[in-house]
Design a protein around this ligand. Structure first.
Ligand SMILES: [Zn+2]
Length: 365
């Protein structure tokens, strides 16, 4: 749960709990002028205060969030009702208890006192100057603020890394490939420059998030012999850094799609190949597909289902040692699907000729 539930958001803005949106907005503007890090001393304190008032403003100007907050804080007894208008909420509030009023008004006093002090410390048209500074900050889109030159240099912010999964076919993994990947970047909103608010209202472009998403296409070379799970790093292709901070990196995680025929086992390629009963009995030279084309493989006479053969050097090249793996071929005897009458007759002759009793010793042992 967010920490704001533990705070008195009304007191933070210096308003009473029955204030309408206009009042809250006005109060926020007032506070923002005071605590905005750029017009202030850019200290951690003003930064924290600014964050706090902005959070309070966000919650209290969102009807649903405000209603939830009020319920949790026990401000109104309006558990079932989500008020559609501020007037309704106000009426209901007037009927309900007044306990929060005391806190709110006492904070109000504090706020106005500190504001008074502030004014006294400075020269005549202080508030006017402030007004103009703030209007500049809150409205400035792309132009840097001129009144802001004295502010401390902002801290460098490094851009975040971006991770992306890329699926490639096994044939692409073997021979290498190129991919144009669409990378979703998050960038500082150009309208509010990451400040999230313009004139106290949520920025219409980023909707108060301070960031916008944009797609960038990048062409990537995927080297030959890449393995499943390999990580390709593209330096500086992550999210933008700010104030002299570094850009993030882009990481591509390679997934090699399963292939019906070939499977990977380390650098070896594994496959199963069907042979006919007569190839199994008589032996044969058969064509076997490999990841680099077809090769001829010798099946010796009397080969059984499940027997394995090794095609040396037909596997994946190791990226470091440059040594190639093998292809492991497992044979499986398969009956041809369509047999002619003549073939069946020949099988019948074979059956009559055969003296083999292959099931004789099944249970003796
Ligand atoms: Zn924005």
């Amino acid at each position: 749960m967010n920490k704001y539930y533990q705070k008195d958001l009304y007191a933070i803005l210096g308003v009473s709990a029955d204030s309408d949106e206009t009042k809250i907005k006005a109060a926020y503007r007032k506070q923002a002028r005071k605590w905005h890090p750029d017009v202030n001393d850019n200290s951690q304190e003003s930064l924290d205060r600014f964050k706090e008032i902005t959070e309070a403003y966000e919650v209290l100007t969102d009807a649903q969030k405000r209603s939830q907050y009020d319920i949790l804080k026990g401000i109104h007894s309006r558990k079932e009702t989500v008020y559609s208008t501020q007037t309704q909420a106000k009426k209901a509030y007037e009927k309900s208890n007044n306990t929060t009023n005391t806190t709110a008004s006492s904070t109000k006093k504090e706020t106005s006192t500190s504001q008074k002090e502030h004014k006294e410390n400075d020269k005549s048209s202080f508030s006017q100057v402030f007004e103009s500074i703030l209007d500049g900050i809150f409205t400035s889109g792309t132009e840097p603020n001129n009144s802001n030159k004295k502010a401390k240099k902002p801290k460098p912010e490094n851009g975040r890394d971006i991770n992306l999964n890329v699926n490639i076919k096994m044939s692409e993994a073997i021979s290498g490939t190129h991919r144009t990947v669409n990378v979703l970047h998050s960038e500082r909103c150009p309208k509010c420059e990451g400040r999230r608010f313009i004139n106290g209202a949520k920025c219409p472009l980023c909707k108060g998030t301070g960031e916008v998403s944009l797609h960038k296409k990048i062409n990537v070379k995927i080297p030959a012999g890449i393995k499943k799970g390999a990580k390709i790093r593209l330096a500086n292709e992550g999210n933008k850094g700010y104030n002299g901070g570094k850009n993030g990196d882009l990481y591509l995680f390679i997934n090699i799609e399963e292939n019906k025929f070939f499977k990977y086992e380390g650098n070896n390629v594994v496959c199963e190949i069907p042979i006919t009963p007569f190839e199994a009995v008589l032996g044969a030279n058969i064509d076997v597909p490999t990841i680099c084309g077809s090769v001829s493989m010798k099946i010796p006479a009397n080969t059984s289902t499940g027997q394995k053969f090794r095609l040396s050097g037909q596997g994946i090249e190791d990226q470091k040692s440059k040594k190639k793996g093998d292809q492991i071929v497992t044979v499986k005897i398969e009956i041809p699907k369509e047999l002619s009458n003549e073939e069946i007759k020949l099988y019948e002759q074979l059956k009559n000729l055969s003296k083999s009793k292959i099931r004789e010793n099944l249970i003796n042992d």
